[in-house]
Design a protein around this ligand. Sequence first.
Ligand code: PLP
Length: 383
Amino acid sequence: MIQDKIWLSSPHMGENEFKYVKEAFDTNWIAPLGPHVDGFEQDIANYLGGDVHVAALSSGTAALHLALIILGVQAGDEVICQSMTFSASANPIAYQGATPVFVDSEDRTWNMSPEFLEEAIKDRISKGRKPKAIIVVHLYGMPAEMDRIMAIADQYEIPVVEDAAEALGSSYKGKPLGTFGAMSILSFNGNKIITTSGGGALVSANEDWIKKSRFLATQARDAAPHYQHTHIGYNYRMSNICAGIGRGQMEVLPRRVEKRRANYEFYKAALADYKQIQFADEPNSDFYSNRWLSTILVDEEGNGISREDIRLALEKQNIESRPLWKPMHLQPVFADSPFYGDGTSERLFEKGLCLPSGSNLTNEDLNRVVTEIEAYVKVKQVV
Ligand SMILES: *Cc1c(COP(=O)(O)O)cnc(C)c1O
């Protein structure tokens, strides 16, 4: 018998999302602007501590694209980007006709290595190609080494764009992720910790930039009764319907973080006896992860079980798991881009697996995942 599917990370609605959406219908605010959009932006700003401004957009990718445009990234420029990430971190660099320069990860956080970041900056400057921006990512919710990365960025006077798409609810030294960069982005795609079915946000302490992003995101219409344009515009704004979902999701976000962190603790305790399975602990109390996804590293040495063996064993039982992000410098589409590193992200990719991590997983679901992993690992050990 095929058991119910256990998803990697599926949407999890709270109590009031539908109420807000119905309100949008009842008032006929079925548009890429409206009271929910303003309210959702305010909810996010409040959650992030209130010192920031927020533009609600159609996706995290759109937010990254606008961030690069506002920072003046143009054709022929170079932008530094963490190699280990989802392609959406790097694609907007190419939209601008610029070249990504990829930087490897470090073992501690799996995020951008400060050493290789500095090496990359020095080398690009020595070639007369000072990078225009640095895109740092907080993978799976784990904060990057923000003190060191910001210090290097400040020293060389290069703005940081923080890709916090996976890290809403995480913090570094008590400060929410999404508030470190000159600009930061969030995603509310269907698989993220909260979702608006599709959406994103641009966050910055610089209100002018956020105003500019809203202008560019609504086709760059100048103040005139007719359609008048002095800039190239985009159709990147979030709809009032999606923002209604977002308002409901913001109410439950603290609970979603709590549950995702509990998933991680559950897996860690349940699989503690298997020495070939390692967990990605927070390096110290400065790092607080929302545990968007629970991830493991599977050491093939010893019994020859790989992360791919475990993934396929889970798939047979109708359980979705997924390898870690394949680094961008290994992607065919970015084969010509420079890379600075020592193979850390490649190693993580080969060994790493994301386990089902939704905030809607039941204890039964979690037990099923662990039981299948144990069964597979044990049988293999006996053979
Ligand atoms: C999801 C994601 C994005 C893109 O967000 P969308 O809303 O799907 O466009 C960007 N970067 C990272 C690291 C992501 O995980």
